[in-house]
Design a protein around this ligand. Structure first.
Ligand SMILES: [Fe+2]
Ligand SMILES: [Fe+2]
Length: 175
């Protein structure tokens, strides 16, 4: 919060990437038809978030940055993906859910730290929206895999994600 402008720049980058991630599922798994409408919906919502963060940046006289260097959090998470078509598909969906839930947690913290106003309201809404996305990606996994398999893997990945978060330095960024 002491460097909120830098945080906002990173946040904008994360929203843009979240939109791209949702759409990359559509590009990579065109045969998984049951989840395509929700993926498109999610991609649009993330792009709207990007637009809203951009407006906040603009109102503060802060520019977007060049693509911020690879996010160490995301990089470490993606390295947890198993190989094999189905395993990879499941892991990508569950990691997407975990990323969304972590985002929701962080937006709640930002919301709590902000003074009353439009930006505070925005972060409150984002918290709810990202928590919803967290559920959606698990629901998508449940379209294709058993409840037992999904929740077992989700627990494993959550455990690993917790370790990754603890290993990262604290900086003015979402992760
Ligand atoms: Fe978002
Ligand atoms: Fe999201």
């Amino acid at each position: 919060m002491a460097d909120f402008n830098t945080f906002l720049q990173d946040h904008a980058d994360c929203e843009r990437k979240a939109s791209a991630m949702a759409m990359s599922f559509v590009a990579k798994y065109p045969d998984r038809q049951a989840i395509i409408p929700e993926l498109i919906e999610t991609g649009i919502e993330e792009l709207q978030h990007f637009q809203q963060v951009y407006e906040i940046l603009k109102s503060r006289g802060v520019m977007l940055t060049h693509e911020i260097q690879e996010d160490p959090y995301i990089k470490k998470l993606l390295a947890l993906c198993r190989t094999g078509r189905d395993e990879r598909f499941m892991d990508r969906l569950l990691l997407a859910s975990i990323i969304e839930c972590r985002g929701a947690e962080r937006f709640k913290l930002v919301y709590e730290a902000l003074e009353p106003g439009e930006t505070k309201k925005f972060y409150h809404n984002l918290w709810a929206s990202e928590a919803k996305h967290g559920n959606i990606f698990v629901k998508m996994a449940l379209e294709y895999f058993s409840e037992a398999d999904v929740y077992k893997r989700l627990e494993e990945l959550n455990e690993l994600e917790g370790g990754i978060v603890l290993s990262l330095p604290i900086r003015a960024a979402l992760h």
